[in-house]
Design a protein around this ligand. Structure first.
Ligand code: AMP
Length: 410
């Protein structure tokens, strides 16, 4: 299928050509016609599938048409609510790019910085607003946001929104919008709480599901390194020196872990920056910009700070800690191999994380290739009896099966 078959207006097709988007991605092929048709839609798709354009392009198409005939001050007609500031900024950039040959105005509002410049932009009038929940409610209370003429409401990363405790805020925002509108809900995963929220907000929705494993499994190489916790930083340095090159995102579970690794890599001469929840918004934006502009080639991040961030041409992802939620693993490795490109993900698993890896492999329905040829291999812990402890047969010789078990006790 070609974009030209999707009935999008010429100003949009021109940008897509410039951006070298040759064909729509699967989620775009399925979602764009439904949004153009003004349907409510629930979409199960993670970042990296092209989902932002799947809602941005048809929204711009509709608004650009209305804009041609509209006179007077601009009013918010499309609202996109995003759980994180980084994602909000990224969606704003996407909208601005896709609508550059129209008169539409887009802005993003999010917490962590002063409200003044955001209020100034809103006063001048915008058509498309991207917002994090808290700042949106805040600015609405202060009279800077008027949603009375809204006709499209998009809830992005709904699962993360609920995980971050935004359920009441989302319901409150919904109440601020007119009853009659088009609602689109995007979520990387579809747990019951998301389905329930969708049932309470959407009218006769169509459902599109792009299964995450399809989008990650095929173009991302995945390698697993068993190693003791205390050797993880050394293994990271070893691989950076010998194996992993290019633009790299490293994930750590804790802010402390991010800071510690950043210090070590800096000391070893690497060009590195980091994002986590304790850093101010200005520093987080700066770090992402430095990484995007190639000032540094390594970004270390916690999950919440990095969720949804779209940085193209990431060559590798390193999971220094294994996430205990399989969906998080899928999100992390999805930072590389975006929009059909290939990528590689390295994961370091210590003895206490073996059950997480098991769950991740079950979730993805495929094993992750184990690499044993490295200097920091995890040896079997002595203190604990493992389920597949080496057994001896009657003659006291180890059986073939038990030899295999010794090699792969994990
Ligand atoms: P998203 O899932 O919205 O975060 O998009 C992931 C990346 O894919 C972004 O860098 C987009 O610019 C890019 N992208 C989106 N749609 C297409 C397309 N049809 N062809 C090529 N790249 C695309």
């Amino acid at each position: 299928m070609q974009f030209s078959e999707l009935q999008l207006n010429k100003s949009i097709l021109k940008v897509l050509e410039e951006e070298r988007y040759h064909t729509p991605t699967l989620v775009q092929e399925k979602v764009i016609p439904l949004v153009l048709d003004k349907k409510d839609v629930i979409v199960g798709a993670q970042t990296g599938t092209g989902k932002t354009a799947a809602f941005a392009l048809p929204i711009i198409h509709h608004l650009a048409k209305e804009d041609d005939v509209e006179k007077g001050a601009k009013k918010i007609k499309a609202l996109i609510v995003s759980p994180t500031r980084e994602l909000a900024i990224q969606i704003e950039e996407n909208f601005k790019t896709y609508s550059k040959y129209t008169n539409l105005r887009t802005t993003a509002v999010y917490g962590g910085i002063s409200t003044k410049p955001q209020k100034d932009v809103l006063t001048k009038g915008v058509d498309i607003l991207i917002a994090t929940p808290g700042r949106l409610i805040d600015l609405h209370k202060q009279g800077s946001i008027d949603l009375d003429l809204l006709n499209t409401f998009v809830l992005d990363e709904a699962d993360l929104m609920l995980d971050m405790g935004f359920i009441q805020d989302v319901k409150r925002i919904e109440e601020l919008c007119p009853r009659k509108k088009q609602t689109l809900l995007f979520s990387a995963t579809m747990p019951d709480k998301v389905t329930q929220l969708a049932a309470s907000m959407l009218y006769k929705p169509e459902t599109v599901a792009i299964i995450p494993t399809e989008t990650t499994a095929n173009n991302i190489g995945q390698l697993l390194y068993y190693t003791p916790k205390k050797n993880k930083v050394d293994l990271c340095l070893h691989l950076l020196r010998n194996t992993i090159k290019g633009r790299i995102i490293i994930f750590r579970r804790t802010k402390f872990g991010v800071d510690k690794l950043e210090q070590t890599l800096l000391k070893n001469g690497y060009k590195v920056t980091s994002v986590h929840g304790d850093k101010s918004q200005v520093l987080r934006n700066e770090a992402i910009e430095d990484f995007k502009n190639n000032k540094v080639n390594i970004l270390i991040a916690t999950d919440v700070a990095a969720r949804g961030i779209d940085i193209s041409k990431v060559d590798a992802v390193i999971n220094v800690d294994i996430p205990n939620v399989p969906e998080t693993y899928v999100h992390r490795i999805g930072r590389t191999g975006r929009a059909g490109k290939s990528g590689i993900a390295f994961s370091f698993c210590s003895a206490d994380e073996t059950s997480y890896i098991k769950t991740i492999q079950e979730f993805m329905k495929r094993p992750i290739k184990i690499i044993e040829d490295h200097p920091f291999l995890l040896v079997k812990p002595k203190h604990k009896k493992q389920p597949n402890t080496i057994s001896k047969n009657k003659k006291g010789r180890k059986s073939e099966a038990s030899k295999k078990k010794k090699k792969r006790w994990y």
